[in-house]
Design a protein. Structure first.
Length: 56
């Protein structure tokens, strides 16, 4: 969630985490489902509301 809240692209997150873009996409899809979000911005907003990340 920290990388997502920083506005990192899937490609950038994959590079930072040593994963493939497909793996990042898969994990983001799972995160979105758990948060009830359909978009990146919505996922970040929900995670901030739930205090899952300390980013402002």
């Amino acid at each position: 969630m920290k990388l997502l809240s920083k506005g990192r692209s899937n490609k950038e997150m994959a590079h930072d985490l040593g994963l493939s873009k497909a793996a990042v996409k898969f994990h983001l899809k799972t995160i979105y489902a758990k948060l009830g979000a359909s978009r990146r911005g919505m996922a970040v907003s929900v995670s901030k509301h739930l205090k899952l990340t300390n980013r402002e």
